[in-house]
Design a protein around this ligand. Structure first.
Ligand SMILES: [Ca+2]
Ligand SMILES: [Ca+2]
Length: 169
């Protein structure tokens, strides 16, 4: 039986990243800002689906290791470039997500979430540790309920010490 790791949170934190929205600009920055604008008032399910589609560069309905690697690198560079213009909780959230991804490794994280073992993550596979509903994602996040840490800990088993190491729930 497969276990899971806290990776789906990474995809959603990418979607949360642009709360300090300014003028739209091209590339990844434009993507983050467009996602943030959409996610501010739309249901969390629509927000996550939008971010997923944007990261699925070859439009095959799945995220590959290459697509996730690229997203991780772009998010890291983007966050560094924003510096302190990002609100602390957002910066902290992204930084934590990136540390988890780096500890687990993109390839292994994909494997842990790839329930059907086809080498790619569908939207359903990628969001299995998230509690999404019809409210905007920021509202669920603010309640501290977005990421199902209990489920993640159970799935990680002995490796759950990684979450303690990072100071996560
Ligand atoms: Ca793809
Ligand atoms: Ca799959």
């Amino acid at each position: 039986m497969k276990s899971r790791s806290p990776f789906s949170g990474f995809i959603v934190l990418a979607a949360l990243a642009g709360t300090a929205a300014a003028a739209p600009s091209p590339g990844f920055d434009g993507l983050v800002r467009a996602t943030a604008a959409l996610c501010a008032s739309n249901p969390s399910t629509a927000c996550v689906a939008y971010a997923f589609t944007a990261l699925d560069l070859d439009h095959d309905g799945e995220l590959s290791v290459g697509e996730l690697d690229r997203a991780r690198d772009q998010l890291g560079a983007w966050t560094a470039a924003q510096g302190e213009s990002l609100p602390f909780p957002v910066r902290h959230g992204i930084g934590t997500a990136l540390r988890v991804v780096d500890l687990v490794g993109v390839e292994r994280a994909l494997y842990l979430y790839d329930s059907d073992g086809d080498g790619g993550l569908t939207l359903k596979e990628a969001t299995q540790d998230l509690r999404l509903d019809q409210r905007p994602i920021g509202e669920i996040y603010a309640e501290g309920r977005l990421i199902d840490w209990t489920r993640i800990r159970a799935a990680l088993g002995p490796s759950a010490f990684l979450l303690d190491y990072l100071g996560l729930e």
